[in-house]
Write a protein that binds this ligand. Structure first.
Ligand code: F6R
Length: 237
């Protein structure tokens, strides 16, 4: 594991984006795995800047997002599809058919889960995956207790996660109770993984990861078994 300690959110965002820029410069048709939430907002700003400066193109890129809520329209302001369009896709030259998010409104959600893992596989697998981490150690929406063998699946959100994400909704009752998420094994299948975490709120989770005990009670811990993991972290304090 490569641990990179940073002194600011901006520094974290820049280092993470430079890894993705290098990836695209080496392989313009890379398959990228994207995350949403607060952590990668600065990362996407840097990526868009690199695109505007002509350093990278998304013309040949295929991307897969980690997760999406179940039961809110994909056009909702709080959906991860909207987040991705606003933070990245509308600013770069990615063809509409080249980016993918799980469909939280599929009529048959079980089938959608299988389809999603198959389409990642059909694209050749994810070359480089971006991840954030929840305060409880969740990655994507894999909450504590989920088997490490999980593939894309439908999950109940932990109450702590719903409260954490309520900031994107009008009130807590509007936060969906379920999501569709790539599983721990689907994430582990990526060739390279970059995990970003910044702020006092994330310190305990990063320390627990660093201590190194691998347990399903702390989903991120399985990442320690990955052969190419970079953790970029820091806090104000
Ligand atoms: C987002 C995702 C989540 C977040 C995590 C941290 O696609 O899968 O696991 O990465 O909840 O969220 P933030 O960055 O908002 O603290």
């Amino acid at each position: 594991v490569k641990w990179i300690k940073v002194g600011s959110y901006e520094e974290m965002s820049k280092i993470a984006s430079s890894i993705f820029v290098k990836q695209l410069q080496n392989k313009s048709n890379s398959v990228l795995g994207f995350a949403t939430g607060g952590s990668p907002v600065g990362f996407y700003k840097e990526i868009v800047k690199s695109y505007q400066e002509g350093k990278i193109s998304f013309e040949e890129v295929t991307s897969f997002n980690l997760d999406e809520y179940v039961g809110i329209p994909s056009s909702s302001p709080a959906s991860y599809a909207t987040y991705m369009i606003e933070n990245l896709f509308q600013h770069v030259d990615v063809p509409k058919e080249s980016y993918h998010l799980p469909n939280g409104n599929a009529i048959n959600l079980e089938e959608e889960c299988l389809r999603y893992d198959k389409s990642i596989e059909a694209a050749g697998g994810i070359d480089l995956q971006l991840l954030g981490i929840g305060v409880n150690g969740h990655i994507a929406f894999n909450e504590p207790g989920i088997p490490f063998t999980s593939l894309t699946n439908i999950v109940d959100l932990a109450e702590s996660t719903r409260i954490e994400n309520a900031r994107y909704f009008e009130n807590l009752e509007d936060v969906p109770t379920q999501a569709i998420t790539m599983g721990i094994q689907s994430i582990m299948n990526a060739k390279k993984i970059v995990l970003i975490a910044f702020g006092d709120k994330k310190v305990a989770a990063i320390e627990r990861l660093y201590r190194g005990t691998i347990t399903e009670d702390f989903p991120a811990s399985q990442l320690l078994k990955h052969s190419n993991l970079t953790v970029i972290y820091g806090s104000e304090g």
